[in-house]
Design a protein around this ligand. Structure first.
Ligand SMILES: [Zn+2]
Length: 148
């Protein structure tokens, strides 16, 4: 995502829109782009530096570590912020900065139920036996009483 410095007015510029998924070349078996990246950023120039801040959202398909099912997760960068010195060129590419922040916010051990929208089958299988044990079993006690 390239920004032309001449197009940035003195009081800054608000940019909002969609950009092709930036982490395509870093895709692996467990991470796939699931749509374009949404961005809302403000950029500006001050004293020979370019600053930018805003929010990013990138939907990706991940594999759950508990049940191995694929699910879509939105990587969100709530406080994307850069401050970089201008070094001559008339355009600055924001993509490397955005890519780095997206990867920093990628969950290391993704769980399909982390947002509460669905029940993880891996987690459900573990909790069922505990429920069963809680029910008191009186049949053994009844037999004891009969023997007396
Ligand atoms: Zn799961």
């Amino acid at each position: 995502m390239k920004v032309h410095l001449k197009q940035i007015p003195p009081d800054g510029l608000h940019l909002e829109g969609e950009e092709d998924c930036l982490i395509q070349e870093l895709e692996s078996e467990s991470v796939h782009c699931a749509g374009p990246m949404e961005y809302k950023i403000d950029i500006g120039i001050s004293e020979g530096s370019l600053w930018a801040n805003g929010t990013l959202k990138q939907p990706v398909e991940l594999s759950c570590v508990a049940c191995l099912e694929k699910f879509v997760h939105d990587i969100t960068v709530p406080a994307f912020a850069i401050h970089t010195e201008l070094q001559g060129p008339e355009t600055v590419d924001l993509s490397p900065f955005m890519r780095e922040d997206l990867l920093l916010n990628l969950p290391a051990h993704p769980r399909c139920d982390r947002e509460g929208g669905r029940v993880c089958k891996g987690a459900k299988a573990k909790s069922t036996p505990i429920e069963a044990k809680r029910k008191p079993d009186w049949s053994a006690l009844d037999k004891l009483k009969l023997k007396k």
